[in-house]
Each structure stands twice: as structure tokens, then as C-alpha cells.
Design a protein around this ligand. Structure first.
Ligand SMILES: [Zn+2]
Length: 452
């Protein structure tokens, strides 16, 4: 253990530097406690947005943001996502499938994504269908219909819930590929349905999809005009260029459609470190994941923004782009603090790239939010949690103890039912102020883009 006196001294020195950096570098996030009335007045803009960039940190509750800030910037530092000028909170609950009047206080990513994608409350596991199974139009589908360019980026499999809710409608989130349709008989192509999530994503035809999930797209289509071919073949026939590595992504030119499948399943995590365990760990730092194979989320985000910008340059219409940092959630489930913080730090780089674009294109609405809360909590060093804990040395040089105790140690840790942060910049950003609901975000996005 590091002696407490030494920790305090080190922390005090770095805190001072951190506070100066925050004050100089954060733009609108004024850490000095000054009068911000004028800044906020300037940040409130009505009217229409030409573009929307929606950034989702999966499972990124306030606790996950704070842990990442402490580790990466120090307690007095600020992340890029902290600098958005207008911030509120939104509620995330889902509803019971059999009786939608019954509230389910802890949502999953499928029901929560359906909330902002369609404006409808639904049950856990539903992909943009109502509790009675009806498909409802999504913000991406409406944007495409209105002539905007569209993109969907994630570090998860592209068929995972958050990327899926924009471009597919199935009864169960597990129905990712043609061989995964057991829980979605009504959508199965064999029964005359629209097909799996992967098939529907191709049919919906967003201008770009970038993420993992190659194995699902490599499955064989069971019925219809593409029977016997893979979903990748179907995508190529629909005009997609299919790339599978960072070189292919870098080489992609604006014009055609792009399908990037960079891993068989979910994309690899950025950082590794000690797993949380009962009784705790020695204080330690995180290390980069030696087996990481790019592209990083921020690389995909920058490329997506660049392609969509080039494709809309000579048009009156802009674009809608969703970017998800998926594995904040997945590493939180696994009680892996370095994994979780590394994903949050990389997600924050994607936020920075989006804000840089919005600075040059002020008619862009940027929204940064999460789909639900998650497990990790920052607890006192002396607390004896019955759950799994780990101690990390942060950018302050101080120890931070993270606790994972929403399920039996060793089991997958659980989502929580807390409200989460929603922050925005640009036209209609004021709609996120106060306490709203996840389904209100659908109306904010569609109003900003004037689509319905
Ligand atoms: Zn989860």
C-alpha cells in the first residue's frame, strides 16, 4: 500500500495542475464557478440542424464517467464529454411485454435504444417493435426517407442491440443473423418475414455501418432472392463495399455505401488490467491491450464523419450518424475496471472528434448520452464490500477503489435503473435540459432534423 500522507501530497500537486488545465482547455465547462449566464444564453439555439451526431456510451452512467475522468484526467480535470454546454438527465425504464402498463425499472440496451430510435417504450430484448410486436419507424429510417445520409458505428457486433435499433425490427435482440432466428419466427425469411437484424440492416441501406459482427453477416440467407448466399453477398449486391481491416477503412472513398466488419464478434477492448475480486486488488495502473487490432472507435468515428460530410457537401440535406462505445457496458458486466475505463476514454476521443466537427459546422447537433446505468461504484478505500473490488492509481496519483456488487461475485454484473446524463450542443440542444425521458430524445432528434 502507498502511505496515505504520500498520496495526499501527490494528489494535491497534480490537482492544481489539473484545475489549471481544465480552466484553460474546456471551453464552456467552467470549473471556476463563475457566472455562466451569458455562455448558456449563447449555447441555446433553436431552429433546424443540418446534421446530427448521436454518441451513446453503453452502460455509461455517472459513476462510469466519474471513474474514467478520475483515472484519465484527475478529479479536477474534464473529459471532452464534460464540455458540452447543456446537460440534463433522462429516465431509462422499460415496460413489461405481456402487460406494458407494468414498469420494468431496469432496462436493457434493446428497450432503451428503441426508446430514442422510435419514441416508444417497449420490453427488454425488443428491437424497434412495440410490446405487441409492431415495427415502428426509426430516426435513421426517417432521416434516410427525407434524403439525409445516414451512418451507424459501434464497437459491438453490428447486430447488437444499440446499432440494431436504428435499422431493424425484430421481436428479440438475439436474432442477429439468418441462423439465429429461433426467437423471431414472425421475422424469419422462411416464414415470409423481413429477415434477421443483419439482413434488415442491408435492406434499410444506411450509407455506412462500421463495427464488429462479421460472423453473423457470413451466415447463409435461408429464403428469398438471396437464398443460399451470405448476408455479405447480399450487401455487395445492394452496392456496399465491404472492408474488414483498418487499411480497407482508410482507403474507403465517399460515394458508395460502406460495410466495415472488423471482428467476427465484438471488437477487442482497448485496455487491460486487474479484474476486480472479492477482497480487492493491489493498487495498479491499466495497460494497453497488446492484442488490440484496430480500428479504434475514434478512427471509425472520424472516418464516418468525413465520409458523410463529403457525401453531403453539395446537397441541401445533411446526415444522421450514431456512434456507440459498446464495451463500457461489456467490461462493466465483467467487473473489469481497466477494460471499462479504456473504452470510456476511447469513446471520449470520438466525442472530441464530433465536437471538433461541430465547431466547424455549427449547424450540427451533437448529443452525448448513455442507454442505462451500470454496476461500478467509487467507494472509500476502507469499505469492505461483499462484492468484487479493484484499486487503480489515477491521474491524480491517488488510489481509487471501484466496487462491482450488483450480482453474486463471478456472475455477470447487472445494469442499474438510475437516470443517466444527456448532454448536447447545437440546434435544439436545450431540449435535453432538466429531467426528460429516453423517448423524448427521439422527438428532439426528429425535430432538429425536421423529419417525421
Ligand atoms: Zn449490458
Amino acid at each position: 500500500m502507498i502511505p496515505a500522507a504520500k498520496i495526499r501530497r501527490t494528489a494535491a500537486v497534480v490537482l492544481t495542475t489539473g484545475a489549471v488545465a481544465a480552466a484553460l482547455g474546456s471551453g464552456l465547462a467552467d470549473a471556476s464557478g463563475g457566472d455562466r449566464t451569458q455562455e448558456v444564453r449563447q449555447a441555446v439555439q433553436g431552429g433546424k440542424a443540418r446534421n446530427v451526431i448521436l454518441l451513446i456510451g453503453d452502460g455509461m452512467g455517472d459513476s462510469e464517467i466519474t471513474a474514467a475522468r478520475n483515472y484519465v484526467k484527475g478529479a479536477a480535470g474534464r473529459l471532452a464529454m464534460d464540455t458540452l454546454p447543456l446537460t440534463g438527465a433522462y429516465t431509462t425504464y422499460s415496460v413489461n411485454k405481456a402487460d406494458p402498463r407494468q414498469i420494468d425499472y431496469v432496462t436493457d440496451s434493446a428497450a432503451s435504444g428503441t426508446g430514442w430510435a422510435t419514441g416508444h417504450k417497449t420490453y427488454n430484448g425488443a428491437i424497434s417493435v412495440t410490446p405487441d410486436g409492431k415495427p415502428v419507424p426509426t430516426v435513421l429510417e426517417l432521416a434516410k426517407r427525407a434524403g439525409l445520409r445516414t451512418g451507424d458505428v459501434s464497437t459491438a457486433e453490428l447486430g447488437d442491440a444499440t446499432p440494431a435499433v436504428l435499422a431493424a425490427h425484430v421481436a428479440d435482440r438475439g436474432c442477429q443473423g439468418p441462423a439465429d432466428m429461433a426467437k423471431c419466427p414472425a421475422q424469419d425469411k422462411v416464414n415470409g418475414g423481413p429477415g434477421s437484424i443483419a439482413e434488415q440492416q442491408v435492406q434499410t441501406g444506411a450509407d455506412l455501418y462500421l463495427g464488429g459482427g462479421k460472423a453473423r453477416f457470413a451466415q447463409t440467407v435461408k429464403a428469398g432472392p438471396f437464398a443460399g448466399k451470405t448476408v455479405i453477398d447480399q450487401a455487395k449486391a445492394a452496392g456496399y463495399t465491404v472492408v474488414t481491416d483498418e487499411g480497407g477503412l482508410n482507403a474507403a472513398k465517399p460515394g458508395g455505401k460502406l460495410l466495415g466488419l472488423f471482428a467476427d464478434g465484438n471488437m477487442p477492448q482497448e485496455w487491460t488490467g486487474p479484474a476486480a475480486k472479492v477482497g480487492g486488488t493491489d493498487p495498479s495502473r491499466c495497460t494497453p491491450n497488446g492484442s488490440f487490432g484496430g480500428p479504434h472507435l475514434s478512427t471509425m468515428a472520424s472516418k464516418a464523419i468525413g465520409l458523410l460530410d463529403a457525401q453531403t457537401k453539395h446537397s441541401r440535406k445533411g446526415f444522421f450518424l450514431q456512434i456507440e462505445g459498446a464495451s463500457i457496458d461489456k467490461r462493466d458486466h465483467a467487473a473489469d475496471p481497466c477494460g471499462q475505463i479504456g473504452e470510456t476514454a476511447e469513446f471520449d476521443k470520438a466525442v472530441r472528434a464530433s465536437l471538433d466537427y461541430a465547431r466547424r459546422h455549427p449547424d450540427t447537433l451533437v448529443v452525448v448520452t448513455a442507454d442505462h446505468g451500470h454496476t461500478s461504484q467509487i467507494i472509500p478505500l476502507e469499505a469492505q464490500s461483499p462484492g468484487q473490488t479493484a484499486t487503480l492509481i489515477t491521474a491524480d496519483g491517488a488510489p481509487m477503489k471501484l466496487n462491482y456488487a450488483t450480482n453474486t461475485p463471478g456472475q455477470s454484473q447487472e445494469h442499474t435503473g438510475t437516470q443517466v446524463r444527456i448532454a448536447a450542443k447545437g440546434p435544439q440542444a436545450a431540449s435535453v435540459l432538466g429531467v426528460t425521458d429516453q423517448t423524448d430524445l427521439f422527438r428532439t432528434l426528429t425535430r432538429a432534423l425536421a423529419i417525421r
